[in-house]
Design a protein around this ligand. Structure first.
Ligand code: PLP
Length: 449
């Protein structure tokens, strides 16, 4: 049997799924909720570094990383050691009721990533959606306003508050009844499909105008708006970066009207784009910043970080049983040190290396419409025709499936895009292997176009 630690590159030795994997899939079908979205039949048995091994001994190069979660790779020895040590000392003590040093210690690390012009406070939760819920509550509490503005294509979670902000796929909202009132969605600056033909630098000017000239004048007065929430790079929506000027304009508008700017960095943050936060590239300071996913290498941790002047709610206004769990924060702290100690720089370096090799895919492959992203947040949009930009979800699915059969794990995103979000530890040899597999997979899918 191949062990995950013995190889750094994919090795496929059975038909997929293999015999043992098929057993797990049949078992899962008996007991698990049918709502889970499995793009292809990967059964993970164990994992190490950037490699996931299935029960039949096949080794896959992981360019999905548990939806951008396993930032330090799978089972990084420093993360494992931190979890083991903490588990032997104290597993849980509710941070809502009692004190323990792990919370302020990790909060201080998070705050060190934020602009020094402000003081910041932190609240810990367990998942991205919880951070979003907390941020909605804090924004409403602080501003004493209730209206919220979000963007088409953005994903903020699946609990009822965050789902009200999510506008990614209608299936995610269908049949769940009336959601939060007072939420308005406006277009996200999607440069590849910019209706006015703007570029990656300038797309979104019309959305800013829509906000100021239409929404604020015809729907809600700005003094009714509690928050604008935005992903600096849309994750689930297709790995679409917002132009930097656009984020700066949102900050200007929010500052002007006392609206909270909530930056949802759940997927784009924690060093993945080469800076701690994707919004750092725009040099802005949101009022509330949300993080989860890559923060603790797979242990459930989320946080929202808010200006001290904003996080001024009273005792009892918000709390949690598990948020700030010591074992999870031990993993988060070790993850933070690894990201700061080199992985963030590696994300930038290997990201640049990959973009250097794939940016010309639209010239080389007729079904690739766009290649975009930053660092190790890499999006590829698949189209039927480059001139009409007709979305080709079937061809996208074919590319993802072809890659799986060659030993590369990626994920679909948006209607017709592929996301590659490897662990931040990957090197150029692994990047080359992924590029080669993707090119073969695209070429194979092109035969169906
Ligand atoms: C930007 C963003 N916000 C929030 C969430 C919700 O996170 P979770 O699934 O941990 O609740 C996600 C999950 O994909 C996300 O990508």
């Amino acid at each position: 049997m191949i062990t995950a630690t013995e190889t750094r590159l994919p090795r496929i030795k059975t038909a997929l799924p293999g015999t043992k994997a098929k057993e797990v899939i049949a078992y899962d079908a008996k007991f698990m909720s049918p709502s889970l979205t499995r793009d292809y039949p990967l059964v993970a048995e164990r994992a190490s570094g950037a490699i996931v091994e299935d029960p039949d001994g096949n080794a896959f190069l992981d360019f999905a990383a548990g939806i951008a979660v396993c930032s330090t790779g799978h089972c990084h020895p420093q993360v494992v050691a931190a979890i083991q040590k903490q588990a032997a000392e104290m597993i849980h003590i509710a941070g809502t009721d009692f004190y323990h040093r792990h919370m302020p210690e990790f909060a201080e690390k998070l705050v060190s990533t934020m602009p020094k012009s402000e003081k910041w406070k932190v609240f810990f939760g367990n998942s991205g959606t919880e951070a979003v819920e907390g941020a909605i509550k804090l924004a409403r509490y602080h501003t004493k306003r209730d209206k919220l503005i979000a963007f088409y294509g953005c994903f903020h979670g699946r609990t009822l508050g965050s789902l009200s902000l999510t506008a990614s796929k209608s299936t995610q909202r269908k049949n769940f009844g009336t959601l939060l009132g007072g939420v308005e969605h406006i277009p996200y600056p999607y440069a590849y499909r910019c209706p006015l033909g703007h570029t990656k630098e300038t797309c979104g000017a019309e959305t800013i105008e829509l906000l100021e000239q239409q929404i604020f004048k015809r729907l809600f007065a700005p003094e009714e708006v509690a928050a604008i929430i935005v992903e600096p790079v849309q994750g689930e929506g297709g790995f679409i970066p917002a132009p930097l000027f656009f984020l700066q304009e949102l900050q200007r508008i929010c500052n002007k009207h006392g609206i909270m700017l909530i930056m949802d960095e759940v997927q784009a943050g924690m060093g993945r784009t080469g800076k701690w936060w994707a919004s750092d590239h725009a040099g802005i300071a949101p009022d509330i910043l949300l993080t989860a996913k890559g923060i603790a290498s797979g242990m459930p941790v989320a946080a929202f970080i808010a200006k001290e002047s904003v996080m001024n709610w009273k005792v009892g206004s918000h709390g949690t049983t598990y948020g700030g769990n010591p074992v999870c924060l031990a993993a988060a702290s070790a993850t933070f040190d690894l990201i700061e100690g080199g992985l963030m720089a590696n994300a930038e370096k290997v990201g640049n290396y990959i973009f250097g090799k794939i940016s010309d895919w639209p010239n080389r492959f007729k079904i690739v419409g766009d290649v975009r992203g930053k660092g190790l947040m890499i999006g590829v949009e698949i189209v039927r025709d480059q001139r009409t930009k007709e979305r080709a979800a079937d061809l996208r699915d074919a590319v993802v499936d072809n890659a799986f059969h060659r030993g590369l794990l990626t994920l679909g995103s948006g209607e017709n895009s592929i996301r590659m979000s490897p662990p931040l530890i990957i090197d150029e040899e692994q990047a080359d292997a992924a590029i080669r597999i993707m090119e073969e997979s695209i070429r194979e899918a092109e035969k169906k176009a």
